[in-house]
Design a protein around this ligand. Sequence first.
Ligand SMILES: Nc1ncnc2c1ncn2[C@@H]1O[C@H](COP(=O)(O)OP(=O)(O)OP(=O)(O)O)[C@@H](O)[C@H]1O
Ligand SMILES: [Mg+2]
Length: 459
Amino acid sequence: MPIYLPETTATSADTLTPRQIVSELDKYVVGQGRAKRAVAIALRNRMRRQKLPSELAEEVAPKNILMIGPTGVGKTEIARRLARLAQSPFIKVEASKFTEVGYVGRDVESMVRDLVELAVDMIREERLVEVRDKARESAEERLLDLLLPPLHPTGDQPEPSDAGDHVQRTREKFRDRLRAGGLDERVVDIDIRERSFPSFEVITGSSVEEIDINMKNMLPSLFQGQQRKRRMKVQEALQHLAQEEEQKLVDTESVSRAAVGLVEQAGIIFVDEIDKIAGREGAQGPDVSRQGVQRDILPIVEGTTVNTKHGMVKTDHILFIAAGAFHTAKPSDLIPELQGRFPIRVELEALGTEEFVRILTEPKGALVTQYIALLATEGLTLEFKPEAVHRIAEFATMVNERTENIGARRLHTIMEKLLDEVSFDAPDMTDRDVVIDGAYVDRMLADIAMNDDLSRYIL
Ligand SMILES: Nc1ncnc2c1ncn2[C@@H]1O[C@H](COP(=O)(O)OP(=O)(O)OP(=O)(O)O)[C@@H](O)[C@H]1O
Ligand SMILES: [Mg+2]
């Protein structure tokens, strides 16, 4: 699943020091200092690498990271936040989705193709912004042409100069009126190209992506769409024409080239659930296929060239961050070649009451903040006493210990249960102020949390 979030941060990613990267991550992820440190160094290293002479830069391999830690402690969260920060093309893939090529799963190269698609979107978006003013000007000209057809459309007899002046003056008058909104109610006919992408899905041994490439090359006309006249109001027409001009001004090929470059130099691929494909030689059954996936992934991590519809992509300098709980399998159960490509190992710690208190309240968009905001939309003022937050965290720890440890995810189920009544009754409540204190938390949660069987189902 690609995650696409070119969020603009106050500081440009290029200038962030490792310390600043960690403190940015601190805004969203509680604790896990060592993991944050490792990713901060990796990010900074690629900035350093880009400043090297190209010969030397070629030699510097990315220091891929393996994050090891129980479920729900922030592995994915750290990687996601890092990508936003780096404004790098970033995708997250589940290792377990891939099985041997031609079997059931997707072929592993698709992760690189997806990443390139994402980079293309990022760059196109950037370029579109760059040409926006120019496109708007051209659109205005085209619209004026439509509103004021030239006197001599054939253009073969030069107009007497005073007539020309007159035309020009009228045009400028129209331009002023157009900008002032005086022509908004007028209707014009414009040619639009209908985008008609035929949709079909083919399931064969080869990947969907490859088929996509072929179809577009073979049947260009199919993808062009048809010209059609449409009537629209001036404002709408202006917008439409501006969009058309933007597309014209952005050169698809240079976008592709830039995207490929960006992926090669700055791409990040997060391989989640890597422990699910751990399994060694000599094993039987499912292990054989797991090992197959590792063998498939290996060349991409080691550096290979992947053919995408935007060009060939070298994967040598893509940063890989792999993560897994490694409950049963251990990192040493990965094939040795793959282990070697993840030189940085960081362990994430299990979370306890103290961390839960902070997770509930501190990060931007923390759970408590979310619920307060949600209920405020109903005109309800929700207040959490500190002792209540502490109780919630304690219950989360207790349930994690007594049933299964699902880390911070437990907070979601507990909060939902805690606020079940308020969430349901909010619109009808006469008392508009709700105070959640320790007693409230106990009343809502104690019975369930103490009963292992119940909490297994409810929390
Ligand atoms: N240290 C933390 N600080 C803030 N929020 C956290 C932390 N750890 C987990 N969370 C929250 O818990 C949820 C699950 O976290 P995340 O997806 O990062 O888990 P994970 O470590 O990747 O687990 P899994 O091994 O199951 O993939 C997310 O909503 C995340 O925001
Ligand atoms: Mg995860």
